[in-house]
Write a protein that binds this ligand. Structure first.
Ligand code: ZN
Length: 554
């Protein structure tokens, strides 16, 4: 800290209150004073990338409360850190920048903050007291960088400290991962300030909570692009993957492009002309300013990748959050006759010809009043349902398994574990490998579809929701071949049972995240479950094949 800066600091000229500042002051302050703190352009003066007009508009917004519900990694932290300093430079009042954890707070301090001070003489001049990188004085204002959750032993005392600090400006980064109690307390604490300013920005992870709730209560601005190429002049407000992306549900139909909702001509994401692009508020009368940043309108975002992620059950939730900037809100979902018919076999080959092309064969068995079975084969990587039906006893089932020479099978452990186990052991005499299965939810977290029981190698444990969703996904995306008369198979019971399970989501009360689950249903779903077991049995084959490969070193 040099003496000049100290003297300059002692007679500060503050313009107060904030409303007297010129409307676009931060925008010009940013261009005049800020140097980029990270990435490719680190050290160079801040500038807005061409074709990112939406960022400029946000920088010009001087509302005291701004909420940004955003996709991940869209360069927002840089803008917010700069704004944090700008407020410290021009207004009186302590400032706090809060991240989800203490660890992240330290990372920000040691990275961007340290860098900002070292590359930017303007900032260095105005630093007037220096405790740590997480707590320092800038002009007459204290600036704090904190984590909302802390790993240190006396977490409670730390939180008390956190909320007892006197602040007028709160910058909340990734608020959806904050300790929720701290969030509420900091908000009310800020309310005590005469001239409070709050910036909340986060990738939304909680439906109807966190940043999503704040956004819903805001003026809800969406980026809009007006159709120009199609000459219909329609304003397309808030690019929506289902309305504005070609073949959003068919990942293989690349390249995917952004189109006008009305005339389906391409939309220009690089549109700069204010006559043809801009933020549009759903509720312009509301005080809180809110933005939704969706990756679809970013020039650098790869639409094909987003569509891939949208259609993969492993990444769909991340896609909603990180790419579309939305909380995951799927509707309850089930299979219908149309979906089943889309999977119906179109081949002119006979059943016997198709059977010959399939290896390995697996069988799934569910036990209700009768025994439902499902035989599945792999035909050049595409699963085929070869046979499915109902039998009245294990003898009949055994005949079918022997006739088709099934490689692996899985039999429901319910309602009679002993009977199922006897059948499985009996199958060994014919050289057919069967296992008894029961469900548990332990694998769901680790995304482990099935594992062999350590106590009894004839038993496997299946992650229920995970396995059911794989079956549903296979059918819905047409990644299975079903019989040509699929609706009438087993007197219509197959289709009836396939339509029964309902996939929905519930919130994990600990993490606030949405967890997929299939509520138990009263409708019979035996054929669906037999399908689940056959699919899992195939996994068993693959695992054994992989183990074999590893052993032989191929
Ligand atoms: Zn159009």
């Amino acid at each position: 800290m040099n003496r000049m800066a100290e003297t300059a600091f002692k007679a500060p000229v503050y313009i107060k209150p904030s409303t007297k500042l010129k409307k676009d002051w931060f925008y010009f302050w940013l261009l005049d004073n800020w140097k980029i703190t990270s990435g490719e352009f680190a050290g160079s003066p801040y500038r807005f990338l061409p074709n990112y007009p939406f960022m400029e508009a946000v920088a010009k917004d001087m509302s005291p409360e701004i909420v940004t519900m955003k996709a991940a990694q869209v360069g927002f932290t840089e803008l917010m850190v700069a704004k944090w300093y700008a407020y410290a430079a021009l207004l009186q009042g302590n400032l706090m920048y809060v991240l989800p954890t203490d660890e992240l707070a330290k990372t920000l301090a040691r990275g961007r903050i340290k860098e900002a001070h070292s590359i930017n003489p303007y900032l260095e001049q105005h630093l007037s007291g220096f405790d740590t990188l997480q707590q320092f004085k800038f002009r007459s204002n204290y600036m704090y960088i904190r984590g909302s959750q802390t790993q240190i032993r006396d977490g409670r005392q730390y939180q008390r400290q956190l909320i007892s600090i006197d602040i007028s400006r709160l910058f909340g980064d990734e608020v959806d991962e904050w300790n929720h109690r701290v969030f509420g307390k900091l908000q009310s604490r800020l309310g005590a300030s005469l001239d409070p300013i709050a910036m909340y920005f986060s990738t939304p992870r909680i439906l109807d909570g966190g940043v999503h709730k704040l956004f819903v209560e805001s003026d809800q601005k969406e980026w809009a692009i007006r159709c120009r190429l199609g000459s219909c002049r329609q304003w397309n407000i808030g690019l929506d993957i289902k309305k504005h992306v070609t073949y959003f549900d068919e990942p293989d139909r690349k390249p995917h492009i952004i189109i006008c909702e009305k005339c389906h001509e391409p939309l220009d994401r690089l549109e700069m002309d204010p006559q043809f692009s801009g933020w549009v508020a759903e509720h312009p009368d509301r005080e809180r300013s809110g933005y939704h940043f969706n990756k679809l309108f970013f020039r650098a975002a790869n639409i094909d990748t987003i569509v891939d992620r949208f259609n993969d059950p492993e990444t769909v939730e991340e896609c909603w959050n990180d790419d579309l900037g939305l909380p995951y809100q799927p509707k309850a979902f089930s299979i219908n006759n149309d979906t089943l018919e889309k999977c119906a076999c179109q081949s002119f080959k006979t059943w016997e010809e198709i059977l010959k092309e399939c290896r390995p064969l697996t069988m799934g068995v569910d036990i209700g009043k009768t025994i439902q079975y499902h035989v599945r084969g792999d035909r050049l990587g595409m699963p085929v349902m070869l046979e499915c039906g109902s039998v009245h006893g294990y003898d009949q089932l055994s005949e079918i398994a022997q006739r088709l020479n099934i490689n692996r099978g899985i039999v429901d452990a319910q309602p009679d574990f002993r009977a199922s186990l006897e059948f499985v052991q009996d199958m060994k005499r014919y050289g057919l490998s069967f296992k008894v299965a029961y469900f548990d939810t332990h694998g769901e977290k680790d995304r482990v579809l099935l594992r062999v029981d350590t106590k009894n190698t004839d038993v496997v444990v299946i992650a229920r929701s995970l396995a059911m969703s794989q079956v549903m996904f296979e059918v819905v995306t047409g990644k299975v071949i079903l019989p040509w008369d699929v609706i009438n198979v087993d007197n219509g019971d197959f289709a009836r049972h396939m339509r029964a399970p309902l996939r929905t989501f519930k919130e994990n009360t600990e993490t606030g995240q949405q967890v997929m689950y299939f509520p138990r249903t009263r409708k019979p779903d035996h054929h669906f479950m037999a399908y689940v077991y056959a699919l899992c049995a195939e996994q068993l084959v693959q695992d054994v094949a992989n183990i074999g490969r590893r052993r032989t070193g191929i």
